[in-house]
Design a binder for this molecule. Structure first.
Ligand code: ADP
Ligand code: MG
Length: 312
């Protein structure tokens, strides 16, 4: 009796040790009616991402989440892609990869939304230009290592990202970044996918390795090339006047559609690369190396991330 009373008192003092009622609901299923939009976070090729509060109690105490849905014009053709992105993200657990939280399905409808953790400082592309002063070279290096670690993990799961770029790396806090946007990610066990290149802003062609452009073939090592371009973005603090697209277009001249790809392949084959960004010699050495071992790497090697982390 005394013991039972003691336990009761203990529970009263520490409500957290009380056995919780068994949850009846799947915590990864978010109900649309409780999802309140706070603001837009951004948009990319096919999707848009909104900051929402999931507030089942309706008293604004619910958690903030990032909600990705397809733009209405892409809803039909891209819905299997978003479902694939959801399946991929669901299976990934790494400190440098954005965390999956669940899905929200419209009642009766097919439209599905991806619920992720909210990464408060946005993408590196938004963050870096505004925080140039408080971001040192060693911080940029640390971000680069974290990107490598996330990519190494992704590669270990046999996935290629295919859209690694500053716009798809999210900033958790001053010290931590996470890879996001798995919308173009493919499993290398699948048949090689074909991605139709669109000539729009931030078109990933300027982040792509030659074999991706000439044969539409993406290897684990192709992501290493994109990583080189992403590092270039980091070193230039994502200054849009020096962006990969701006500079490559400067080299090849304004062009459209398939012509862009043909001319880009030509300059890359001639050995032309993004110029060395100002003031970062050591960094640049590494960035060049990324390109070099990419060229020597056999498509199946996949040791590049490990090597990069060691080199930093
Ligand atoms: P898309 O596939 O359309 O490119 P992204 O997943 O890249 O969509 O998201 C678009 C933008 O939304 C990103 O560049 C980033 O600015 C913002 N964003 C995406 N996910 C999050 C998140 N979890 N937290 C905060 N911002 C995000
Ligand atoms: Mg994106």
């Amino acid at each position: 009796r005394a013991i039972v009373r003691d336990i009761d008192m203990l529970e009263e003092k520490n409500p957290s040790i009380k056995p919780k009622p068994t949850p009846e609901v799947d915590p990864t299923v978010f109900e649309k009616r409780f999802l309140r939009k706070v603001r837009d976070l951004g948009e990319g090729h096919f999707g848009k991402v909104e900051l929402c509060r999931y507030d089942p109690r309706g008293d604004k105490t619910g958690e903030l989440v990032a909600v990705k849905s397809l733009k209405p014009e892409n809803r039909e053709e891209q819905s299997t892609n978003l479902s694939r992105e959801i399946d991929i993200l669901k299976a990934l657990y790494h400190e440098n990869i954005v965390k999956y939280k669940g899905i929200c399905q419209e009642e009766g409808g097919q439209a599905i939304k991806l619920i992720m953790e909210y990464v408060p400082l946005g993408s590196l592309k938004e963050y870096l230009p505004r925080h140039k002063k408080d971001t040192s070279l060693s911080t940029l290096l640390s971000y680069s290592i974290q990107i490598c670690k996330g990519m190494d993990y992704l590669g270990s799961k046999n996935y290629i990202h295919r859209d690694l770029a500053a716009r798809n790396v999210l900033v958790e806090n001053e010290r931590t970044v996470k890879i996001g946007d798995f919308g173009l990610t493919k499993s290398i066990k699948e048949n090689e996918g074909y991605y139709t290149v669109k000539d729009e802003n931030d078109s990933p062609v300027f982040w792509y390795a030659p074999e991706c452009l000439t044969h539409c073939k993406f290897y684990l090592a192709s992501d290493v090339w994109s990583f080189g371009v992403t590092m270039y973005e980091l070193i230039t603090y994502c200054d849009s006047s020096k962006s990969p697209m701006t500079l490559f277009l400067g080299m090849i001249g304004r062009s459209q559609g398939q012509m862009t790809v043909i001319r880009l392949v030509k300059v890359l084959t001639e050995g032309r690369r993004l110029p060395r960004p100002e003031g970062c010699p050591e960094f640049y050495v590494f960035y060049v190396l990324c390109f070099i071992y990419k060229r020597n790497a056999k498509p199946t090697e996949g040791k590049e991330w490990e090597q990069s982390i060691k080199m930093f």
